[in-house]
Design a protein around this ligand. Structure first.
Ligand SMILES: [Zn+2]
Length: 188
């Protein structure tokens, strides 16, 4: 069951106007609000996340996760969770994907798909939709407009939920807070 289907409203491009986006210090919320993801983009992201999940290194939790992030120019980067015997060195699939995107020069993110299930279990078989941890939500916040950024919680390409980052991380702290402080200081 898709709770955010947009079959009747799929004529808007996922790609923002690059020049206007770059003009602002931070993307205006209205630039991304209600911007629906085309069904083919949703499918591509979910398929990519499911494929990335196959590379999960999770010998401790045995919980395998894949993620795919869409950048504003349409490029997709994927990631899987990579655990470590020193547990704190573990990184989630979402951050693996996002950090790869940033490493490649992409700092404006549009959407992220997430697929997860215990080792040996297909994501389509799990009871609940996957959900990103708090640290990953904060990392998304760094590179996305929270009201427009779509997080696709996928069991399969046919079964997913879509939430905005604002819904996942309300009243969030982000880069603009520091910039506003700097602006205020400059005026004094
Ligand atoms: Zn995480």
């Amino acid at each position: 069951m898709n709770t955010d289907q947009n079959s009747s409203n799929n004529n808007s491009s996922v790609r923002p106007q690059t020049e206007s986006s770059r003009a602002g210090r931070e993307l205006a919320g209205s630039d991304r609000v209600n911007r629906s993801l085309p069904p083919e983009t949703i499918s591509r992201l979910i398929h990519t996340a499911l494929d990335a999940r196959r590379f999960s290194y999770a010998p401790y939790s045995h919980y395998c996760v894949g993620a795919a992030v869409l950048t504003e120019d349409g490029t997709v980067f994927d990631g899987c969770n990579i655990e470590n015997a020193s547990y704190g060195a573990t990184i989630c699939a979402e951050r693996t994907a996002i950090f790869t995107a940033v490493r490649k020069g992409h700092r404006r993110l549009i959407a992220l798909a997430l697929a997860a299930a215990p080792e040996g279990v297909e994501p389509s078989a799990i009871r609940d939709y996957p959900s990103p941890c708090g640290i990953c939500r904060q990392v998304m916040r760094e590179f996305a407009d929270p009201s427009g950024f779509k997080v696709i919680l996928a069991k399969s390409p046919e079964d997913y939920r879509i939430l905005t980052l604002t819904e996942l991380l309300p009243e969030s702290f982000g880069p603009s807070f520091l910039q506003e402080q700097a602006d205020t200081g400059a005026e004094q």
